[in-house]
Ligand binder design. Structure first.
Ligand SMILES: *Cc1c(COP(=O)(O)O)cnc(C)c1O
Ligand SMILES: [Zn+2]
Length: 438
């Protein structure tokens, strides 16, 4: 290879240099970025990575960045937390949470993909950028555009959560609400990208965008002390993230940065939009598109672009896919908040709830090191919890009033508040110091 990286067709393997292009002209298969790994192996070490700033640019050799690129936004390197109580509640003694609910700048893992896609957008000469989005991508593209000086046009299905709409508008982006579902919005964006000279991060820039997801995988390995977990549970919308975590682990093995080890990949969806998990469960290679109907709107893609690759990655790893209902998603959000102090959006409820289901099914063993990906922040989807809690009348600011209130509250809750969950020792994990300081 004479260049550090270039686009290549996933099926016919024809190369396409570097350009805003997502699909092969010959076989219509998606393009992906491939690298000159021999060149990278020569000068990338664990120590070199560890000496860099705690953001996703610490893996810059493994990202498609134009020469002379200098980052202005610094997403990534989110905490990997050992979930003692959260694991205990669902039957795991070795559960870790990759917490992208606190990814910067817009509190979801989408900040990773947008940062990487926009490095190329500039190099390709785009002044206007855009996306079709189920919400988080909209927030991230709008924020990045503000900081980097692009005009932004964002296209969304009209039924998105209010916080995700406001969290796009606040950055000054043009927001176009479409009376249709994500798949219809996405088709429209393909047409717009063809007609205008605009860089759509998940349409004509998609191969570059998708590479940003790999950084979740690099971080998991680094934060575990440069080793791979036994299992990863990943939420699936278009199915890109799960395939890219797999690619990241494979690359680290290729480069000699971690030891090879079988990792099982588990995909998580909401039952109301489960085209990939349905295919995996039925043992079908094809993905049947669905009409989404779920509160997990960030995952509501009925016709997933990378669905067949996601299903393939899951099956060939010996993993599985599952889905849970909307009430189960809400229960999982609450369980995670109560046990780990992490407030995730619906997509995180999906992965945590599906992790529980996979443990109950015996597909994930309690002692295996399992990483569950939390990809978004609960403050963006508070609407799904609206009927979950009482909105109490205010009491007057007097101590006697509080005494009465306390007596009534104790009478209501009975003795249940006195019971604390049993303490389980943390498993031995080399490299835990890094986890704790992350
Ligand atoms: C987009 C998104 C995903 C899934 O991404 P894909 O790569 O399309 O499968 C997961 N979680 C959240 C919160 C997202 O916004
Ligand atoms: Zn091809």
């Amino acid at each position: 290879m004479s260049v550090p990286y270039e686009l290549r067709c996933r099926e016919c393997k024809k190369t396409w240099a570097n350009q805003p292009k997502a699909v092969c002209d010959f076989c219509f298969a998606p393009l992906e970025v491939v690298y000159d790994y021999d060149a990278i192996r020569k000068n990338l070490t664990r120590e070199k990575i560890a000496s860099r700033e705690p953001d996703l640019w610490r893996y810059r050799e493994l990202l498609p960045l134009p020469e002379g690129f200098s980052p202005q936004v610094r997403p990534g390197y989110t905490p990997l937390v050992y979930a003692r109580k959260g694991g205990e509640r669902i039957g795991s003694r070795s559960l870790f949470l990759k917490n992208d609910a606190v990814c910067f700048p817009t509190l979801s893992f989408k900040d990773r993909v947008v940062s990487v896609a926009l490095a190329q957008a500039r190099a390709f000469g785009f002044n206007t950028i855009g996306c079709s989005s189920t919400g988080n991508l909209a927030n991230s593209v709008a924020a990045h555009a503000a900081k980097l000086g692009f005009d932004a046009w964002i296209f969304i299905p009209s039924d998105l959560e209010p916080a995700k709409i406001l969290g796009t508008q606040v950055f000054g982006a043009k927001l176009v609400r479409i009376g249709g579902n994500y798949d219809q919005v996405n088709r429209l964006c393909s047409q717009i990208a063809d007609e205008h000279n605009w860089g759509f991060v998940n349409v004509n820039l998609r191969p570059y965008y998708a590479e940003g997801s790999k950084t979740v995988g690099y971080e998991i390995a680094e934060q575990l002390g440069w080793r791979l977990p036994d299992n990863v549970v990943v939420p699936m919308a278009g199915g890109s993230l799960i395939t890219k975590i797999r690619k990241a682990f494979d690359e680290l093995v290729t480069l000699g940065l971690v030891e090879a080890k079988p990792v099982k990949f588990f995909g998580a969806q909401a039952t109301g939009c489960s085209p990939i998990s349905s295919a995996v469960k039925a043992g079908r290679a094809e993905i049947d598109p669905q009409k989404p109907k779920t509160i997990a709107r960030s995952l509501a893609i009925g016709n997933p672009a990378d669905g067949i690759y996601a299903a393939k990655a899951i099956r060939s790893s010996g993993g599985h896919a599952e889905d849970i209902s909307d009430p189960e998603i809400v229960a999982a959000i609450r369980d995670l908040a109560e046990t780990e102090g992490i407030f995730t959006e619906t997509a995180g409820g999906v992965t945590y709830g599906v992790t529980r289901k996979l443990i109950e099914q015996g597909r994930i063993h309690p002692e295996e090191l399992t990483v569950t990906c939390i990809t978004g922040n609960g403050l963006k989807t508070t609407d799904v919890l609206a009927d979950q809690f009482e909105y109490e009348e205010a009491i007057s600011p007097r101590y006697v009033q509080f005494q009465e209130y306390l007596a009534a509250a104790l009478a209501r809750s009975g003795a249940e508040g006195a019971k604390l969950p049993a303490v389980v020792g943390a498993p031995e994990v080399p490299g835990m110091a890094q986890v704790a300081s992350a």
